[in-house]
Ligand binder design. Structure first.
Ligand code: FES
Ligand SMILES: [Fe+2]
Length: 384
């Protein structure tokens, strides 16, 4: 099957199991929940890649993922009871172990339970997140991120749900050209005006190259150290030490913060972001950050974005009640949701500033094409 992103863009953004991109994405582990939000003995419904699942934490503390519905008469298993490492259905009490094997059926003959099994999926916890593997067969090892395993404070942001396809968010990860314009207000706020229009004042040179893990983009400045951005196949982006933008709301120099975000498809029109920071802060500084973050978390940033998109307000009219770091999120929301839930990318007119975006799309095209034709795919490794 030939893939040409100019005419078959849907093969990239569709994520259901029977689609090309859906098959590709299911070859990777994805974060699906924050560990801290899942208490022992608790079950919750999940929607990832357009499919629904049940996530629960056994009383012993291990996280498990099984099918969304009970095999008996299909009710939602997350409403049932966690018993030890098993899950009992609310409707008629069938009980499943963490492999999905039915182990008890009140009122039924012995022997029936052994014939009933629902699907289960590998789950592992890492960097404060529950990762899951939804592909067929044995999973590859979970990709580790040594940049986030060092000393410091590991901080998990509140997951962020945006009403757009995951590729709106992934595309932006390699798009350095947007920064001066999209983030003009946030970048300017709190700075004394030099009389120059900051959107055009900064000389930014950047270049992208394919790496073992994805794409590294280097931005150089005439007057300071370069900044690096890392895109990890297939849905994560990371700023490295030195980067000063998208700091997750921390008002310290970027050199003291690393941040990685996964843009996980919920379905084809919605994406949830899980962001992890590794801070080099004192306890007092971290507490002050948490306080600022509580303020930011209490604001409905997507609602502000929607007001801007609807023309009810301009971003420059927002007062200081929206803290500066939160503006970065509003600004990205406006441009990425402003593209439409699923952007018709075949209409894009890409130019020189889009070199990272072009590289990203070429990689996706190459890999999807290999998958469609049954050829080997690139073995992506961790960034070390
Ligand atoms: S639907 Fe689950 S036990 Fe009947
Ligand atoms: Fe941005």
């Amino acid at each position: 099957m030939a893939i040409d992103l100019n005419v078959e863009w849907q093969q990239v953004w569709r994520t259901a199991p029977d689609t090309l991109s859906g098959r590709f994405l299911r070859r990777f582990w994805h974060p699906v929940y924050r560990s801290q939000d899942l208490a022992a003995g608790r079950a919750v419904p999940l929607q990832i890649l357009g499919e629904r699942f049940t996530l629960y934490r056994g009383e012993g503390g291990a996280a498990h993922i099984v099918a969304f519905r009970c095999a008996h008469r299909g009710t939602q298993l997350s409403t049932g009871w966690v018993e030890g490492d098993c899950l009992r259905c609310l409707y008629h009490g069938w009980k499943y172990d963490h492999t999905g094997q039915c182990v008890e059926q009140p009122g039924e003959d012995e022997g029936f339970a052994g014939k009933v099994r629902i699907r289960s999926y590998p789950a592992e916890e890492y960097l404060g997140l529950v990762f899951a593997y939804f592909g067929e067969g044995a999973p590859p090892p979970l990709t580790h991120h040594p940049d986030f395993e060092g000393p410091g404070i590991l901080d998990l942001e509140t997951p962020e749900l945006w009403p757009c396809n995951f590729f709106n968010r992934v595309d932006n990860a390699c798009d350095i050209g947007h920064v001066a314009f999209t983030h003009a207000v946030a970048l300017q706020r709190g700075r004394t005006s030099t009389g120059e229009d900051p959107r055009f004042a900064r000389v930014r040179q950047f270049s992208s190259c394919e790496t073992d893990y994805g794409i590294e983009t280097t931005i150089t400045f005439p007057d300071r150290e370069p900044e690096y951005f890392h895109y990890h196949m297939p849905i994560a982006n990371q700023n490295s030490e030195g980067a000063s933008l998208h700091r997750g709301g921390v008002d310290t120099s970027g050199a003291r913060n690393k941040r990685i975000s996964w843009r996980v498809p919920v379905d084809d029109d919605n994406t949830v972001s899980f962001s992890v920071n590794l801070f080099q802060l004192t306890e007092e500084e971290y507490e002050a950050y948490r306080e600022r973050r509580r303020v930011t978390d209490a604001i409905d940033l997507p609602a502000i974005g929607e007001d801007i998109l609807a023309g009810r307000i301009r971003e420059a009219e927002l007062d200081e009640g929206v803290p500066r770091p939160a503006l970065f999120s509003v600004e990205d929301y406006v441009t990425q949701i402003g593209q439409g839930p699923v952007a018709p990318r075949e209409n894009d007119r890409l130019g020189k500033i889009d070199q990272g975006v072009i590289m990203l799309r070429k990689i996706w095209e190459r890999e999807l094409k290999a998958l469609a034709e049954g050829r080997p795919l690139k073995e992506w490794t961790a960034k070390i």
